[in-house]
Design a binder for this molecule. Structure first.
Ligand SMILES: O=c1[nH]cc([C@@H]2O[C@H](COP(=O)(O)OP(=O)(O)OP(=O)(O)O)[C@@H](O)[C@H]2O)c(=O)[nH]1
Length: 665
């Protein structure tokens, strides 16, 4: 591809990003890089006093992050990556290095020290190339560099500071701000690479890759498995200066006896007895990390080094995963992900059910025992649950230097998993857990019989715990689920088209009114009637949005039997896929009879690809074997045309639902 000649050099290689930062992942993913994420366990506790300049600290931390993962993967993940990328972002102001704030007071201290001033943001990046060797060893070559960007903050009032801190945004960001989000409002100017501030200097990184893959003879960049001696003998170390010029000097040999790290030796023994890869001979593990002298060797923007440090024999496994008769590691991983998918879902459901994300939002930094006490669960079980959530990117460890693991929400959890978040999925997650999970547990029967297992689940529930739930509670639970999903999707649907010419709309089966509220927000001239069953409408006070109240009204009725309200635009959001053909035609005929020529019909569903090859969300939804069916855009278009609605536009929003706007001929 013309745009990414360097990134494409990495295609087919096992690239690992040694970072939990969602921003780094996004920047690299957007650049077209395919990689695995293995967050580094390196604790960011290097003594800052030992570094002459702030960027040296960032570079060294980035190196240690990357090296830790490069060394761990062969025996923990049973595979040797081709390339590991580590990064560390810091803010430097008034001779101080600012990392991520540990609490609100710390964020306040950081942000007030930045107010009205220019500061520097440094991101150190380390690229470790790993090579399996014939003689039971892995060679590592390292290149590291940094990028500096200057940022000037406006004067920040106390109110502004605290409002920003209370938004929760500063907590996992270097210097206590996120320039890409609310923090952007604090910034007067940026000199240099913006993405460097966000956490990854993409441009500089590509230049380094270009250097490694296109211009350097000293980096062994052949395909993994072809052992390649390093330039000055197998233990050579090379340093690249800021212009990418290579200097050679005597190697520092990173090899240690078995006794060097009792903890790691223990890991190796465990792995070799428990794992299918036990046949792989593991002799010893090197525990030392780059020495301090390395730090002073880093040149202004780059340094590169290579070292053979870990005598692990990864050869057998590499050969196995590469032969024609054996599945590729990536394929196995994909299957394992599918097999484990249910465990991940269940971990999310359980954490959500125990309101762990609410708890850690209000009290970030609790350890497992404290969380266990709050949620009234066992310490052992809670610890497993919290650790699983960390591995899924829902939680993170607050202070890696702390002897106990202290947990806090990731951005993802803060945005979507807290029950009070504006776009909370909490209700929908509970719906998935309590309604869909039991339904899909009977998938075998559903497939055999070709019908939904809803009745079976209902009977089972009546026999056990849910019989204690009143029907009101069950209804509210269901509506919460629908409301939470609708809130997430409503904005994309409401703004998919210019609907300003429609002054009145009727949302058929509009449930809690989430879509209606979003429509009146997006189209100020519009008022919307929500039409739904009496049992649903009577619950509306639980979901009222008082800001838009006088523009949204509710009418109780059955859209298959009762007269429909008159409107310029009818909305059918996630309704049709659940109806039998017969009901669907009744409904569409009723709308066609009520609508005048020129009236609109806004349909929102998951549109299947025309070849029904995806998206899997739609096809998996079809597995509930409800009365209805999933359709492609052209199938919906045909249906509507049969009832006199000519399709004007189809929009694949790229969001959770697609949208079609048709007009009554
Ligand atoms: O404007 C912004 N500035 C910084 C950030 C984010 O801040 C963190 C910096 O922390 P660090 O480099 O230590 O990286 P971690 O998040 O701890 O992940 P690792 O696993 O790599 O240690 C980084 O996430 C930046 O993206 C920002 O978002 N905006």
């Amino acid at each position: 591809m013309v745009l990414n000649p360097v990134i494409s050099k990495l295609a087919g290689k096992l690239v690992v990003l040694a970072s939990a930062s969602p921003r780094r992942q996004e920047i690299l993913r957007n650049a077209g890089l395919r990689f695995e994420v293995v967050p580094s366990w390196f604790k960011e506790t290097l003594d800052k006093g030992l570094f002459k300049a702030p960027h040296e600290y960032a570079v060294e931390t980035a190196k240690q992050k990357a090296l830790e993962v490069a060394r761990r993967m062969p025996f923990k993940h049973l595979k040797t990556p081709d390339i590991v990328i580590g990064a560390d972002t810091i803010v430097a102001v008034n001779n101080m290095i600012l990392e991520k704030p540990v609490d609100k007071q710390d964020a306040y201290r950081m942000l007030s020290s930045l107010s009205g001033k220019e500061h520097s943001v440094f991101t150190g990046v380390a690229i470790v190339l790993c090579h399996d060797k014939d003689n039971q060893e892995v060679d590592y070559q390292m290149m590291a560099f940094y990028e500096e960007t200057k940022v000037k903050f406006a004067d920040l009032s106390e109110d502004m500071l605290w409002e920003y801190i209370n938004s929760g945004e500063p907590m996992d960001k270097a210097g206590g701000y996120g320039i890409q989000a609310l923090g952007g409002m604090l910034v007067e100017y940026v000199h240099g690479d913006f993405l460097n501030v966000v956490g990854f200097p993409l441009n500089h990184f590509c230049k380094q890759l270009d250097f490694i893959y296109n211009h350097s003879s000293s980096f062994a960049v052949e395909k993994k498995g072809s052992a390649h001696p390093l330039p000055n003998g197998s233990l050579g170390t090379s340093i690249l200066d800021q212009h990418g010029l290579q200097k050679s000097y005597e190697a520092e040999k990173h090899r240690s006896p078995d006794s060097s790290s009792p903890k790691l030796t223990q890991h190796i023994q465990n792995t070799s007895t428990n794992s299918p890869a036990h046949k792989v001979k593991r002799t010893s593990y090197e525990s030392g990390v780059g020495s301090r002298s390395r730090v002073s060797n880093s040149s202004k923007h780059n340094d590169g080094e290579s070292c053979r440090i870990t005598p692990l024999n990864r050869r057998q496994e590499t050969e196995q995963s590469g032969t024609e008769n054996q599945p590729q590691t990536q394929d196995l991983k994909r299957i394992c992900e599918l097999m484990d998918g249910f465990k991940a879902s269940k971990a999310l459901f359980t954490a959500s059910r125990f309101c762990v994300f609410d708890l850690l939002h209000n009290k970030p930094g609790l350890d497992a025992a404290q969380v266990a006490e709050e949620i009234k669960a066992s310490v052992k079980g809670t610890e497993c649950l919290l650790e699983a959530c960390v591995s899924l990117g829902l939680l993170k460890i607050k202070d890696k230097a702390h002897p106990k693991s202290l947990f806090e929400n990731t951005e993802l959890a803060t945005s979507f998993l807290r029950s009070e978040a504006p776009f909370s999925l909490h209700g929908y997650i509970q719906h998935c857990s309590e309604t869909l999970w039991p339904l899909y547990s009977h998938l075998e029967s559903a497939v055999k019989e070709g019908v939904s297992q809803h009745q079976r689940v209902k009977r089972q529930k009546e026999l056990c715990q849910d019989s204690v739930c009143s029907s009101q509670e069950l209804k509210l639970r269901f509506m919460n689920g629908m409301h939470s999903f609708a809130k997430i999707t409503a904005s994309a649907v409401a703004t998919a088209f210019d609907l300003s010419r429609f002054k009145t709309a009727c949302d058929l089966g509009g449930c809690t009114g989430a879509m209606a509220y979003e429509l009146v927000k997006a189209h100020p001239g519009m008022s919307v009637t929500v039409f739904d069953l009496p049992a649903v409408v009577e619950m509306r006070e639980h979901f009222l949005d008082h800001n838009a109240d006088n523009k949204v009204s509710f009418v109780a009725g059955d859209f298959l039997e009762d007269e429909l309200p008159k409107a310029d635009l009818y909305i059918l959001a996630r309704v049709l896929h659940d109806l039998t053909d017969e009901k669907l035609h009744i409904l569409l005929s009723k709308i066609a009879q009520t609508a005048s020529p020129g009236c609109g019909l806004l349909l929102s569903e998951i549109f299947l690809d025309e070849d029904r090859g995806g998206p899997s969300r739609g096809l998996l939804q079809a597995l509930s074997l409800s009365e209805g069916k999933q359709r492609s855009a052209s199938e919906y278009k045909l249906l509507l045309e049969r009832h006199g609605f000519i399709t004007a536009h189809i929009r694949h929003t790229g969001h959770l639902l697609d949208v079609m706007l048709s007009v009554k001929a």
